[in-house]
Design a protein around this ligand. Structure first.
Ligand SMILES: NC(=O)c1ccc[n+]([C@@H]2O[C@H](COP(=O)([O-])OP(=O)(O)OC[C@H]3O[C@@H](n4cnc5c(N)ncnc54)[C@H](O)[C@@H]3O)[C@@H](O)[C@H]2O)c1
Length: 448
């Protein structure tokens, strides 16, 4: 099938590559000329395991092309995916300007039937806005052409995006007519080999499903972080509590890890946007607001621990920081807890020696001018002469370091583990003081 995709970010690019991989002919369009030039030269602008190989061979096979030409993109496919960003507006609502702009583009250039598919995460009611935007351009042109609008939210996880797209848990399709239903079945047929994972519903329910899924996951994290803060004050170990509750199949082990807060391009903005939607329809959404508030506070917990340890005297200190991306296997730094921590440390007069396996370039782009930041080539270099080690992201390569080497390299032997990836005795055996999230009442003991 011939498919056009607007937006070549994490979602658009993965969608385009995976659809081309199963045999569709995909044109990916983006307004970012530099990005499109890179992609045409075979340079993949994001880090996502497995993506580069797929892009390489589908491009070579001629099934995946890139363009900045809107007209070419509209004419290419009967299927038109909108996968542009929906960043938060000042009031927390999703900014729909890019989505609506693509819808207008489609209305402006289409010459035959199109299925316009919202893959971006968009508030309930956006389907109507997209329909109106396409229709108003058609009216302006004085032409009558058939089209359908579909909601097909994306559930891929950064860091496992290709695998998630290839083997989805579910494919949500919100539509109120038969024609797009049949076409979408065909688009996704190759992904439904073992059993049909498609769930059809109306457009509004599909739009809400995406927000509800992310809000639920964010709620699990904030709940566990709240329990970890209680555990710390009550002398309990949240890791034991986690295992204790996870063994209940109604609760389960997934997504109940305490840490230094969730980040990324989705949870923070989607929880805020759903809360905003709730306000707009006069519903108080107390739970959603609390989830967001707990997370904001949690992003400060690591700084509070470090500051407490050094009795508030951070000026002139150097902190080694392992992990900058908001989670492992991605270079995405959007809303990453590491950013809150670094900014607080700089404000307190401390310096940061940081290492991340993939997010160094992105950190350089964001904080290249920051005098208090030194980006280091390895995790060992980041330790040299630092007063403390802080782990912010649970990358595999941080999970089993040589603690004797860590102790020797640090000027003061202390480790702050923002993801509870170490067993305390593993660290303390080497003469290091160890602080984690929610692991007992000694968390706030102050250095002699
Ligand atoms: N990143 C994720 O893990 C993820 C997962 C599921 C859903 N989503 C949702 O998918 C959407 C896209 O997210 P993303 O992370 O891929 O965003 P992104 O910021 O990585 O990419 C968006 C791309 O859209 C391009 N763009 C903007 N206006 C355009 C236009 N008029 N025409 C063509 N291209 C245009 C931008 O240049 C950019 O390359 C968002 O709504 C997001 O909430 C993201």
């Amino acid at each position: 099938m011939k498919i056009s995709i607007f937006g070549t970010g994490y979602v658009g690019l993965v969608t385009g590559a995976c659809l081309a991989d199963v045999g569709h002919h995909v044109l990916c369009m983006d307004v970012d000329q530099e990005k499109v030039d890179k992609l045409r030269d075979g340079i993949v602008p994001i880090y996502e395991p497995g993506l580069e190989t797929i892009i390489q061979h589908t491009t070579e096979a001629g099934r995946l092309t890139f363009s900045t030409d809107t007209e070419e993109a509209v004419n290419h496919g009967e299927i038109q995916f909108i996968a542009v960003g929906t960043p938060p507006d000042e009031d927390g609502s999703a900014d729909l300007q890019y989505v609506v702009s693509v819808a207008r583009t489609i209305g402006r250039h289409m010459s035959d039937y199109k299925v316009v598919i919202d893959k971006s995460t968009v508030p309930v009611g956006t389907g109507d806005k997209v329909k109106a935007a396409v229709q108003s351009e058609l009216d302006h042109r004085g032409v009558e052409l058939p089209f359908d609008v579909v909601s097909n939210p994306e559930f891929l996880k950064e860091g496992a995006a290709v695998a998630d797209f290839m083997k989805p848990d579910r494919i949500i399709i919100g539509t109120d007519s038969e024609r797009p239903r049949a076409l979408l079945r065909e688009v996704y047929y190759p992904f439904n080999r073992s059993h049909d994972r498609t769930i059809f519903m109306d457009i509004r329910s599909a739009e809400l499903t995406k927000y509800a899924a992310n809000a639920m996951l964010a709620t699990k994290i904030s709940f566990m972080n709240e329990v970890s803060n209680l555990a710390e004050r009550l002398g309990a170990d949240v890791e034991d509590v986690r295992r204790g509750i996870g063994s209940d199949p109604r609760i389960g082990y997934h997504f109940i890890y305490p840490g230094c807060g969730y980040g990324g391009s989705c949870f923070p903005k989607d929880v805020k946007a759903l809360a905003r939607t709730a306000r707009d329809c006069d519903y108080p959404a107390n739970l959603l607001n609390a989830v967001e508030k707990v997370n904001e506070a949690q992003k400060h917990v690591l700084f509070d621990k470090v500051s407490h340890y050094f009795r508030g005297e951070l000026s002139g200190r150097t902190v080694a920081l392992w992990g900058l991306s908001f989670k492992p296997n991605t270079d995405d730094m959007r809303e990453a807890p590491s950013r809150t921590l670094m900014e607080q440390l700089w404000q307190a007069g401390a310096r940061v020696q940081a290492f991340d396996p993939e997010a160094m370039e992105e950190t350089q782009r964001l904080y290249g001018d920051e005098a208090g930041l030194q980006l280091c080539g390895t995790k060992e270099q980041a330790l040299k002469g630092a007063d403390a080690l802080v782990v912010c992201t649970e990358w595999k390569e941080f999970r089993s370091p040589d603690f004797a080497q860590v102790a020797a390299a640090l000027a003061s032997p202390v480790v702050f583990d923002g993801r509870n990836i170490y067993a305390p005795e593993m660290v303390t055996r080497h003469g290091l003081t160890y602080y984690a999230i929610g692991r007992g009442c000694n968390q706030f003991s102050v250095a002699e």
